[in-house]
Write a protein that binds this ligand. Structure first.
Ligand SMILES: [Zn+2]
Length: 119
């Protein structure tokens, strides 16, 4: 596949050759969960729609989710959060671990599956 055919979201495992290309950011998360369950490997997002970061000035995960909510009123897809955090050097697993931690502290809620809002 040439780069011109590249899907909006591309993720790959740094430890083996598994890759996923998709139009839907949350399919990246599904790919990570399947791959992690079978292999224990973390994945990195290779490519994501680049305008995701536009207007995101927050540094912390919760603040970033709050800013992304302006464009995702019914909750920010976890895959988009992972893509933005990937730009900041976090792997998908690291992002999901942080989300879990903040949720346990009551800072986030999930209005629908795999979509998050900040309190
Ligand atoms: Zn792998």
């Amino acid at each position: 596949m040439s780069s011109q055919d590249q899907a909006p979201y591309v993720a790959a495992c740094p430890e083996c050759d598994a890759t996923q290309q998709t139009d839907s950011p949350n399919e990246i998360i599904d790919f990570y969960r399947r791959h992690y369950r079978v292999t224990g490997h973390d994945i990195k997002i290779k490519h994501a729609d680049t305008d995701l970061d536009t207007g995101i000035t927050a540094q912390d995960l919760k603040g970033i989710i709050r800013q992304l909510e302006e464009h995702h009123q019914n909750g920010v897809p976890v895959g988009i959060i992972a893509a933005v955090m990937n730009e900041r050097g976090l792997s998908v697993k690291e992002t999901l671990d942080q989300i879990h931690e903040i949720r346990m502290g009551g800072g986030l809620y999930e209005p629908q599956d795999d979509h998050l809002c900040a309190f």
